[in-house]
Ligand binder design. Structure first.
Ligand SMILES: Cc1cc2nc3c(=O)[nH]c(=O)nc-3n(C[C@H](O)[C@H](O)[C@H](O)COP(=O)(O)OP(=O)(O)OC[C@H]3O[C@@H](n4cnc5c(N)ncnc54)[C@H](O)[C@@H]3O)c2cc1C
Length: 200
């Protein structure tokens, strides 16, 4: 749409305040170009995509007309539609939570019994639906797995000091020091005397 007929900013996103599912969002002036993307989601998006490219572009033009007036149709110079649901290695475009369903992302970020971890665009609380979110979520999941493996490798830990069983106390009584008489004679010539080392 050259000339910015909708009067929107670069990369501005507009949602319709809709009451039904037949609605969309527009991402306008992508990266400062005249490209605008009308995005549909949920069951309506799936049904619309299955009806083919003509049905998709017709819906987009009608939706824009409803929001911005009939002149919009004339302003659209080129159009194209994608169908990621049909791509066998993709099976969809990006994940989105239904209104009120955002807390489910936190559930996805938890492991299943410490055995299975989920990673990807849906498992991020803020960067959902983006490559950055998918990447960070993968990083987090890998770190959690490594932590778990490292814990499994460690030998069983000793119980904390206070809980260790103590050996029963034994009292060691010292013998009183020998009296002068009891003391062994260690004089130079006595029976216990130690000869001086002789020099050769
Ligand atoms: C048209 C379009 C434009 C986009 N533009 C942007 C953009 O500008 N910026 C941005 O940040 N994000 C963009 N995104 C979103 C971004 O591409 C995704 O959020 C991101 O790729 C998700 O990464 P992921 O690893 O979670 O999932 P994916 O990249 O979808 O990876 C999932 C993988 O699992 C495989 N798989 C699926 N089912 C099975 C199965 N049963 N067995 C084995 N493998 C399976 C798939 O083949 C795929 O390789 C765009 C998406 C689309 C469709």
């Amino acid at each position: 749409m050259p000339g910015n007929p909708l009067g929107l900013l670069r990369d501005e996103v507009v949602f319709e305040k809709a009451t039904g599912t037949e609605t969309a969002a527009i991402l306008a002036n992508v990266s400062g170009t005249s490209l605008c993307i009308v995005e549909v989601g949920g069951s309506f998006g799936r049904d619309l995509a299955s009806r083919g490219e003509d049905a998709m572009t017709a819906f987009a033009l009608d939706w824009l007309t409803r929001l911005y007036g009939s002149d919009v149709k004339k302003a659209v110079k080129r159009k194209a539609a994608t169908n990621w649901n049909k791509e066998p290695y993709v099976l969809g475009a990006s994940s989105a939570a239904v209104p009120g369903g955002q807390p489910s992302r936190r559930l996805l970020m938890q492991s299943l019994g410490g055995r299975v971890w989920f990673a990807g665009e849906a498992a991020h609380e803020t960067l959902w639906g983006t490559v950055g979110g998918a990447w960070e979520s993968g990083d987090r999941a890998a770190a959690a797995v490594l932590k778990q493996l490292a814990a499994a490798d460690k030998p069983a830990r000793e119980p904390p000091r206070s809980k260790r069983r103590r050996a029963p106390r034994t009292t060691v009584r010292r013998a009183p020091p020998p009296t002068r008489r009891q003391r062994p004679r260690t004089g130079r010539f006595g029976p216990n005397s130690v000869p001086y080392p002789t020099r050769n």
